[in-house]
Write a protein that binds this ligand. Structure first.
Ligand code: PEP
Ligand code: MN
Length: 339
C-alpha cells in the first residue's frame, strides 16, 4: 500500500509516518514527487489495516496497490522515472534515447569501428556483449573481462556510456566496474539471485523481457531490483515466442503502451532480437517509437557479414544512420502524444 501525504505535510509529520511504518515491521520507501510525497509500505503481504496509517497526522489517504508489483507500479510513482548517465544521456521522461553497437565485443578494432559509426549518428550509449549467453555451447561466448575493458576504453574515447550484459551474480561487481548500465538478458529475467545482485549494485539496469514471460512477470522481476533500493531500472520488449516462424521472435507492440500505463519505469524496444533480420529492424524500430517507447537498443556492426554473433540482424553503419533519421522524425511527429 502507499501512504499519500497531504500537500502541506511537515517534515515532522513525514518522519512520524516513516517511523510508524518501520515499527510495524515494514520498510518505508519515500518518494518525493513535484506534486506530492508518497510513502510506500514495502514488505511481505501480511494483511495490514489501512486505518493504522490513515489516522496519522499529515496523511491524506492510504491506497492499496492491487498489482503484485508495487514499487514498479505507476500508482506508486505517477511521474516518469528518468535514468541519467554520466555523459548527460537521459532515458525516460520524454524524448528518445537510442543505444547501439554490436551484439558482441569481438576485438578492439571491431568494437571501435562500430562505436565510431553509431557515435557519428548521435548515439551516446554504446551496447556490446562481453559475456554472451548463447543458445549453443559451441557458439562464441564473448571475451569476458577483456571485452569489458575494451568497451570502457572505446566508450571513454568517444564520450559514450556503456550498456552490457551480466550473466551471473558473482560477475556483477566486475561488470559494474566497467559499465554504466547492467543488462539482464531475456534468458535471465527470472534469475532472481541475479536480479537481487544487480539491485544491490546500484548501477542502472536494463531488464529484458523473457521470450515466454508476461508483462506482469517482467514487472515483478523489475520489482526484485527496485526492492533492493536500486531505482534505476528500464524494461525492454525484445520480442516473444509465438507460433510465427517468419521472424526470430514477435515484437509485442502492445507491450509498449501497456507498460507505459502500468509502470513509470522507462520502456525500451529492441527491434534487432525481436525480428532477427536486418531489413525489418528499421520499420519495427519506428513502430516502437510510434507506440511510445522511451528508448531503442539496436545492433550495429561495421561489417555484419563478419559478425561472430547475430550477424543477420546487425545493421551496417549506413542503414543505421538512415534509421536514426527516421526514428527521430517519428519521435518528433508524435511529440508527447504517446508518452
Ligand atoms: C543481447 O542483447 O545481445 C541479447 C542476448 O539479448 P536478449 O537477452 O534479448 O536475447
Ligand atoms: Mn545479440
Amino acid at each position: 500500500m502507499i501512504i499519500v501525504m497531504q500537500s502541506h505535510a511537515t517534515d515532522e509529520q513525514l518522519t512520524g509516518v516513516l517511523e510508524r511504518v518501520s515499527s510495524l515491521g515494514f520498510r518505508p520507501h519515500l518518494s518525493k514527487g513535484i506534486e506530492r510525497t508518497v510513502v510506500g509500505v514495502v514488505g511481505d503481504e501480511r494483511p495490514v489495516d489501512a486505518e493504522l496509517f490513515e489516522v496519522l497526522s499529515g496523511v491524506e489517504r492510504v491506497v492499496r496497490i492491487l498489482h503484485p508489483f508495487k514499487l514498479a507500479s505507476r500508482d506508486f510513482q505517477p511521474e516518469d522515472r528518468v535514468i541519467t548517465f554520466a555523459n548527460g544521456a537521459r532515458l525516460g521522461g520524454g524524448g528518445l534515447l537510442v543505444m547501439a553497437g554490436p551484439c558482441a565485443v569481438e576485438s578492439e578494432e571491431q568494437l571501435h569501428a562500430s562505436a565510431v559509426a553509431v557515435a557519428e549518428s548521435g548515439v551516446k550509449v554504446l551496447r556490446g556483449g562481453a559475456f554472451k549467453p548463447r543458445t549453443s555451447p559451441y557458439s562464441f561466448q564473448g571475451l569476458g573481462e577483456e571485452g569489458l575493458m575494451m568497451l570502457r576504453r572505446v566508450a571513454d574515447d568517444l564520450e559514450m556510456a556503456v550498456v552490457t550484459e551480466v550473466v551471473t551474480p558473482p560477475d556483477v561487481p566486475l561488470v559494474a566496474q566497467h559499465a554504466d548500465m547492467l543488462q539482464v538478458g531475456a534468458r535471465n529475467m527470472t534469475n532472481f539471485s541475479l536480479l537481487q545482485a544487480v539491485g544491490d549494485e546500484g548501477r542502472p539496469v536494463l531488464l529484458k523481457r523473457g521470450a515466454g514471460s508476461t508483462l506482469d512477470e517482467l514487472l515483478q522481476a523489475a520489482e526484485y531490483v527496485l526492492s533492493r533500493g536500486n531505482e534505476d531500472v528500464a524494461v525492454c520488449e525484445r520480442g516473444i515466442r509465438t507460433f510465427e516462424t517468419a521472424t526470430r521472435y514477435t515484437l509485442d507492440i502492445n507491450a509498449v503502451p501497456v507498460l507505459k500505463e502500468l509502470t513509470s519505469l522507462p520502456v525500451v524496444v529492441d527491434p534487432s532480437h525481436a525480428t532477427g533480420r536486418a531489413k525489418l529492424v528499421a520499420p519495427i524500430a519506428r513502430a516502437g517509437v510510434a507506440a511510445g517507447a522511451d528508448g531503442l537498443i539496436v545492433e550495429v556492426h561495421a561489417n555484419p557479414e563478419q559478425a561472430l554473433s547475430d550477424g543477420p540482424q546487425a545493421l551496417d553503419p549506413q542503414s543505421f544512420a538512415d534509421l536514426m533519421v527516421d526514428v527521430g522524425r517519428v519521435s518528433d511527429a508524435i511529440g508527447a502524444a504517446a508518452r
